[in-house]
Design a protein around this ligand. Structure first.
Ligand SMILES: *[C@@H]1O[C@H](CO)[C@@H](O)[C@H](O)[C@H]1NC(C)=O
Ligand SMILES: *[C@@H]1O[C@H](CO)[C@@H](O)[C@H](O)[C@H]1NC(C)=O
Ligand SMILES: *[C@@H]1O[C@H](CO)[C@@H](O)[C@H](O)[C@H]1NC(C)=O
Ligand SMILES: *[C@@H]1O[C@H](CO)[C@@H](O)[C@H](O)[C@H]1NC(C)=O
Ligand SMILES: *[C@@H]1O[C@H](CO)[C@@H](O)[C@H](O)[C@H]1NC(C)=O
Ligand SMILES: *[C@@H]1O[C@H](CO)[C@@H](O)[C@H](O)[C@H]1NC(C)=O
Ligand SMILES: *[C@@H]1O[C@H](CO)[C@@H](O)[C@H](O)[C@H]1NC(C)=O
Ligand SMILES: *[C@@H]1O[C@H](CO)[C@@H](O)[C@H](O)[C@H]1NC(C)=O
Ligand SMILES: *[C@@H]1O[C@H](CO)[C@@H](O)[C@H](O)[C@H]1NC(C)=O
Ligand SMILES: *[C@@H]1O[C@H](CO)[C@@H](O)[C@H](O)[C@H]1NC(C)=O
Ligand SMILES: *[C@@H]1O[C@H](CO)[C@@H](O)[C@H](O)[C@H]1NC(C)=O
Length: 594
């Protein structure tokens, strides 16, 4: 009752409240000049119509007007727009502050005239289109704060004028008034994934409001000037996949607002040992992979308390991992692969105390050392969160140690490319989440189960407990004995590589039931008998079976009768088991995890 009475009262009251708004939207009706500008813009598009038909253009989809009926925002991201962008179609929208046409299929070049009259533009997002040509010589306005032209086909140099106050640029001779250009308001500049070349323009270092510079995947070269230290607001410096050279700016560490620094895949060099990063308390990710840095890991890095990801792989770094790394309480990703560090045992003793580590990639970081043994790594309480561990391609000696069995969250274990001997431990079957194991290129052999006084099942039958296992690569080892029938219990298995061992006996017919197998290889063993018939096994290349003289049947050419030796030197070698995975924003080749 009470509610109903309230409703009755509320209606006239609501109308009264709404009245001013109804009136004001009428007042906001768009100007006819604005309307025809918008229609002229729409007419250059060949895509499905925007359904801009009503009189009041301020109510059209993607349009916002101000009090006086000027169009201030044109936001049409991901609308399937297709067509050439014309410099004149938008030129009359002089009150535009936000222009977002990202994720469409616009083409053509951005003439400088495009912006001449857009004096109030603050946000410009044309990313993910098919725009081409050179970048325009000037940015629209002195008010521009964000420019995103990523993922287009622009080429040529980044115009210096982008970073000057650009209000009247074309009619203004900057040479006559040097210094005036200091007050660009530009905060965000993104032009990744184009084909920009040349140097970073000097004036970028004057744009002190810059908070983000994102130019990855271009062809930029030259050094990053130490003047970058003037950009005190910089939080994101994203320059990976370019050709930048020279040393890291010595004063980079003064940029105390830095959160993300990704300079991987460039030609940067120099000794980084003494760089001072101690002020970078907000830095969460540092990626310097695939450059030519030398020296040791700068100790100052260990005081960047917010660090979550450090990637230093593929450089020429040396020295030891210091215990100070444990002060990085949030560190979840550490890749040091393909460097020249020493004392793996010491490093692992330290890292086993790391509580937050999720991914630890030490591929080819500690060459020719011993696998940290169970005598060295005792009683640790860290690494509970470790999901991905690589100690591969390091020529490590020793056996697969028991301490690994404490890593209950491990999903990926990469130990390929070492000199590991001894058995595959049966406890591997007790790691509940493990789905990828690579033990390729080692000398792992017999499984000796002393408790049962039983030397058998050379590939341990317990492997069938790894129900999540998707990839098992045991190629190029010293396995003998038979292929355990139990492998067929691994219903999620996608890749099984047992090539280049001394396995004998038949291929268990139960393997024919592994429907999800996409990669399979038993070549170069001593297997015999018919290849079990299933659509799956017969679909693999013959190179998956060659080098087993007594194996017969499709897809091998020899019929199942004991004669005809196999053509042992099948030249059709492909890089079979090479896979690529994406893991936490990092891409890895599975054979050479870096
Ligand atoms: C822009 O305005 C000028 C002058 O008012 C006019 O001549 C021109 O046709 C307009 N352009 C568009 C695309 O509306
Ligand atoms: C186009 O807009 C009108 C109103 O302005 C609406 O009634 C109609 O459903 C829209 N058509 C499409 C295809 O969106
Ligand atoms: C443009 O629009 C897209 C989609 O809504 C959005 O993700 C993006 O952040 C916008 N760009 C800018 C610079 O705000
Ligand atoms: C910008 O240039 C126009 C002529 O193109 C001129 O009339 C105007 O005064 C200039 N404004 C400034 C701030 O220099
Ligand atoms: C950029 O700043 C330097 C001083 O650091 C100054 O000499 C130069 O004139 C400035 N450039 C422009 C275009 O303002
Ligand atoms: C990128 O630009 C260079 C010249 O700067 C040119 O040789 C190359 O073909 C371009 N690549 C693409 C993909 O356009
Ligand atoms: C920019 O940095 C350089 C070297 O780091 C310095 O000499 C110069 O004074 C700085 N300029 C400004 C405007 O801060
Ligand atoms: C490795 O470090 C430990 C200290 O943790 C030290 O006792 C050992 O000698 C070092 N080994 C090598 C080969 O330097
Ligand atoms: C040897 O151990 C395996 C499992 O590890 C078991 O299946 C087999 O029956 C045992 N053989 C003998 C002779 O005990
Ligand atoms: C490989 O296994 C055979 C026995 O099967 C053994 O004689 C040989 O020593 C093993 N080689 C290595 C390097 O472990
Ligand atoms: C199987 O492994 C052998 C030897 O490692 C290799 O040469 C061959 O290309 C592989 N075949 C397939 C189908 O993966």
């Amino acid at each position: 009752m009470l509610v109903q009475a309230f409703n009755l009262m509320a209606h006239p009251f609501l109308l009264f409240l709404l009245f001013p708004y109804i009136i004001s939207t009428n007042i906001h009706a768009c100007k006819q000049t604005e309307r025809s500008s918008l229609l002229s813009f729409a007419s250059t598009l060949s895509s499905p119509p925007l359904n801009w038909t009503s009189i009041d253009c301020c109510r059209w989809k993607g349009i916002t007007c101000d009090q006086d009926g000027w169009v201030t925002r044109l936001l049409l991201p991901s609308k399937g727009l297709e067509g050439g962008i014309s410099p004149f179609s938008l030129a009359n929208l002089t009150h535009l502050t936000h222009l977002n046409l990202s994720h469409n299929s616009l083409y053509g070049s951005l003439e400088t005239q495009f912006f001449l009259s857009l004096n109030r533009l603050e946000i410009l997002d044309l990313s993910y289109n098919r725009l081409s040509g050179k970048l325009p010589l000037s940015l629209p306005s002195s008010n521009i704060r964000t420019v995103d032209v990523s993922s287009n086909h622009f080429f040529g140099a980044i115009p210096s004028s982008f970073f000057q106050q650009a209000s009247n640029l074309t009619s203004f001779n900057w040479n006559l008034a040097p210094g005036l250009g200091k007050c660009s308001k530009l905060q965000v500049f993104r032009a990744s994934h184009n084909n920009l070349s040349g140097l970073l323009p000097e004036d970028i270092y004057n744009a002190t409001k810059l908070e983000e510079i994102s130019l990855p995947r271009n062809s930029l070269h030259g050094a990053i000037s130490d003047r970058i230290a003037n950009l005190t607001n910089l939080a994101i410096l994203n320059l990976y996949f370019n050709h930048f050279g020279g040393e890291l700016p010595p004063n980079l560490g003064k940029l105390s607002k830095l959160k993300l620094v990704t300079l991987d895949f460039n030609n940067l060099e120099g000794d980084i040992s003494m760089l001072d990063f101690s002020r970078l308390s907000q830095l969460t990710k540092l990626d310097l992979r695939s450059n030519s840095f030398t020296g040791t890991v700068p100790v100052s890095l260990y005081s960047c308390r917010s660090l979550k990801a450090i990637a230093l792989g593929k450089n020429y770094l040396e020295g030891q991992i210091k215990a100070e790394i444990l002060s990085l309480k949030s560190l979840s990703f550490l890749s040091m692969s393909y460097n020249r560090f020493t004392n793996l045992t010491r490093a692992m003793k330290i890292l086993t105390c790391c509580k937050s580590l999720h991914t630890l990639i030490l591929t080819s970081s500690f060459e020719g050392e011993g696998m940290p043994s169970d005598d060295d790594i005792v009683d640790f309480d860290g690494l509970q969160n470790l999901v991905f561990l690589s100690l591969g391609n390091s020529d490590l000696t020793g056996q697969i140690p028991l301490w690994l069995s404490k890593l209950k969250n491990l999903e990926i274990l990469f130990l390929g490319g070492n000199q590991i001997t001894g058995p595959i431990p049966s406890w591997l079957g007790t790691l509940p989440r493990l789905f990828f194991i690579s033990l390729s290129y080692n000398q792992i052999s017999a499984q000796i189960d002393l408790s049962a006084n039983n030397i058998s099942g050379y590939i341990p039958a317990e492997i069938n407990q790894l129900q999540l296992l998707r990839r098992l690569t045991l190629d190029s080892n010293n396995f003998s004995g038979i292929i355990p029938d139990q492998i067929s219990n691994l219903k999620n298995l996608e890749a099984l590589d047992l090539s280049r061992n001394h396995l004998s006996g038949i291929i268990p017919s139960s393997l024919a039931s592994l429907n999800f197998l996409r990669e399979f290889n038993v070549s170069y063993n001593n297997l015999e008998g018919p290849i079990p018939t299933s659509t799956q096994l017969q679909s693999f290349d013959t190179s998956a079976f060659v080098g087993n003289p007594k194996l017969c049947g499709a897809p091998l050419p020899n019929k199942c009768r004991p004669n005809k030796d196999m053509d042992a030197d099948n030249k059709n070698n492909k890089d079979g088991a090479m896979g690529i995975i994406n893991f936490h924003g990092f891409t890895f080749l599975l054979r050479w995890v870096s």
